[in-house]
Ligand binder design. Structure first.
Ligand SMILES: *[C@@H]1O[C@H](CO)[C@@H](O)[C@H](O)[C@H]1NC(C)=O
Ligand SMILES: *[C@@H]1O[C@H](CO)[C@@H](O)[C@H](O)[C@H]1NC(C)=O
Length: 256
């Protein structure tokens, strides 16, 4: 086990970190470089592991559905390594599966009950802080209204007294046509302090959205309700080490 972990650590260094890693993603929503300092001790291992988890979870589900009975962690994780051609994915899978046990692991994958942050916390690659906290101290949307094509900027900050665990910043927009759009950003565990972020939303149809495959936001005139959450773990996750620290709401108006 110890040897395997060393291999992972070395191999991970070469992987670029992912910042936009969660299930719901919208092309329209972009993170602007933060005017506040990022956590001083930047742990590159955690984002790399989140990327690994993202690449693993669906393939694990396919393997379980295709092959039926899989008796051991090593058999399942080896199959993952073979299917993806990545030994690192297999090694991290082994770390998580060994902790939760093969039966529980399969059950969780079957129920689509695995989120990448929890996966990487169990693998001991993302730090856990269950005494963390965060409160929003600022949230503005500018401009307040504009025509289709306008770029709206969400400017917000939150303060943490105890620091934060590995978590997520989740942005959801309720649109007049009821098509939900949103995105989530990984928040690496941080020390106490005030952290600011700017996110832009361009109110124009996503050129990557294929209306034959999915519903595409048209950006009709009306009021768009925005909800931003800062969370320990993935927002909405039912796993341990998960909680919503705080929520802010706002809105903007598309005039035509
Ligand atoms: C902050 O940490 C202290 C000590 O661990 C704990 O007692 C307190 O409940 C924490 N605050 C929050 C908001 O979790
Ligand atoms: C936005 O919020 C307002 C007030 O809560 C509500 O009346 C309206 O239906 C919401 N709009 C959308 C598109 O969800």
């Amino acid at each position: 086990m110890y040897k395997a972990l060393t291999c992972v650590l070395i191999a991970l260094v070469g992987i670029t970190s992912a910042s936009n890693v969660f299930n719901v993603k919208s092309y329209n929503i972009q993170q602007v470089a933060s005017p506040f300092a990022q956590p001083e001790l930047r742990l590159t291992l955690c984002p790399a592991c989140i990327d690994i988890a993202d690449r693993s979870i669906n393939v694990l589900l396919e393997l379980i559905l295709d092959t039926g009975i899989i008796g051991s962690c090593s058999a399942l994780c080896q199959a993952l390594g073979q299917k993806t051609g990545s030994a690192i994915l297999a090694t991290v899978c082994d770390l998580v599966c060994d902790v939760v046990g093969i039966d529980e692991f399969i059950k969780m994958i079957d129920k689509a009950d695995i989120d990448p942050i929890w996966y990487c916390e169990i693998a001991k690659m993302c730090p856990i802080n269950d005494h963390g906290d965060a409160k929003f101290t600022k949230f503005t949307i500018a401009p307040a209204s504009g025509p289709k094509g306008t770029t709206f900027t969400f400017d917000f900050a939150y303060t943490s007294v105890n620091g934060t665990g590995t978590g997520e910043l989740d942005i959801d927009i309720q649109c007049p046509d009821k098509i939900p759009i949103g995105t989530g950003f990984l928040l690496e565990a941080s020390k106490a302090g005030t952290y600011g972020q700017k996110v832009t939303v361009k109110a124009e149809p996503d050129p990557h959205c294929d209306p034959t495959q999915e519903m595409c936001e048209e950006w009709l005139p009306g009021t768009y309700n925005v909800t931003i959450q800062v969370c320990n773990g993935e927002c909405g996750s039912k796993h341990p080490h998960s909680a919503i620290y705080d929520t802010v709401k706002g809105s903007f108006v598309l005039t035509k």
